[in-house]
Design a protein around this ligand. Structure first.
Ligand code: C2E
Ligand code: MG
Ligand code: MG
Ligand code: MG
Length: 279
């Protein structure tokens, strides 16, 4: 009967909500446990210089050891619960430590970029923390890059700009991540103290077709006109490599070159050149 199915529907809705709630609690617990036991792990994905085919930097991407839950799922919960502050500090320290280890081993110095959540900018000690860690490990600030998203500027715009300028004064490079997923207004690009923009995979996918790749070329020319470098994310095919190269993207990142890999695998590819993919 209608009454019965109505009741079932209500029950179903209730169960779904409960499931969601339980997932959240489980993820929050997993995050707390990982913090306690130092079970976080950074994977590194190479970013390729389009002109030469050599690796120009790595992006550090967070994982929980022995847990396949994706950052797309656990980062929002870390942000909601405030756990992103201690986790974010761990990421900063671990990335800088890794840069110093590679330097000690004699690898040519390649920068590492880390992702910062908007919430981390409300921590008054962020800049001091970063500069202290760099000093402690004897790492040149130009080897650390920071990736932020547009929504970092949603509140306290002037304070955020001020913090970014202090980081830039240290020598830290700033990238705007996920360009093409938010407002992506070009006006934004003129006031943000950034050095690069990262075109999101979804934007690349939208303009990679032969009929529209010209538009991509014009967008990149415009961004270059603002004195910013362009990184294209999510490059998976050789044809995309060719087209984004022609469109003028300075750097490329994606599974075509490498998935995010463990630190010990990174050492094997430091001097790899990817240009032969085009021959
Ligand atoms: P993001 O910063 O935009 O990172 C790029 C994401 O695209 C990564 O997902 C990477 O593994 C994935 N990716 C790279 N190449 C390809 C490709 O060719 N195809 C496809 N389909 N995907 C590709 P991941 O590692 O799952 O991270 C997801 C997001 O989680 C990141 O997006 C970033 O927003 C966030 N995140 C990861 N680590 C951290 C962290 O340490 N702190 C903060 N605040 N956020 C993080
Ligand atoms: Mg990123
Ligand atoms: Mg991105
Ligand atoms: Mg993204």
């Amino acid at each position: 009967s209608a009454k019965k199915s109505g009741k079932n529907r209500y029950l179903f809705f209730d169960e779904k909500m409960k499931e969601k709630f339980n997932d959240k609690i489980n993820i929050e617990n997993a995050l707390r446990k990982a913090l306690r036991n130092e079970d976080f792990l950074l994977l590194y994905q190479p970013i390729i210089e389009t002109r030469t085919g050599y690796i120009s930097s790595f992006e550090a991407l967070l994982r929980i050891r022995g847990n396949d839950i994706s950052p797309e799922e656990f980062i929002p919960i870390a942000e909601e619960t405030g756990l992103i502050l201690p986790i974010g500090k761990w990421v900063i320290k671990e990335a800088v430590k890794q840069i110093s280890i590679w330097a000690e081993k004699g690898h040519r110095p390649l920068p590492v970029s880390i992702n910062l959540s908007p919430r981390q900018f409300y921590d008054a000690s962020l800049v001091e923390y970063i500069s202290k860690i760099l000093e402690d490990y004897g790492v040149d600030p130009s080897l650390l890059e920071i990736e932020i998203t547009e929504n970092t500027f949603a509140e306290k715009k002037h304070e955020i700009i001020n913090i970014l300028n202090r980081l830039k004064a240290l020598g830290v490079v700033i990238s705007l991540d996920d360009f093409g997923t938010g407002y992506s207004s070009l006006n934004y690009l003129t006031f943000m103290p950034i050095d690069k923009i990262k075109l999101d995979k979804s934007l690349k996918d939208k303009f990679i077709e032969l009929e529209s790749i010209k538009i991509m070329g014009r967008l990149i020319a415009l961004v270059h006109g603002l004195n910013l470098k362009v990184v294209t994310e999510g490059v998976e095919e050789i044809e995309e490599f060719k087209r984004m190269k022609r469109a003028g993207s300075d750097y490329l990142q994606g599974y075509l070159f490498s998935k995010p890999i463990k630190q010990e695998e990174v050492e094997k590819i430091f001097n790899k050149n990817y240009m032969d993919l085009l021959s």
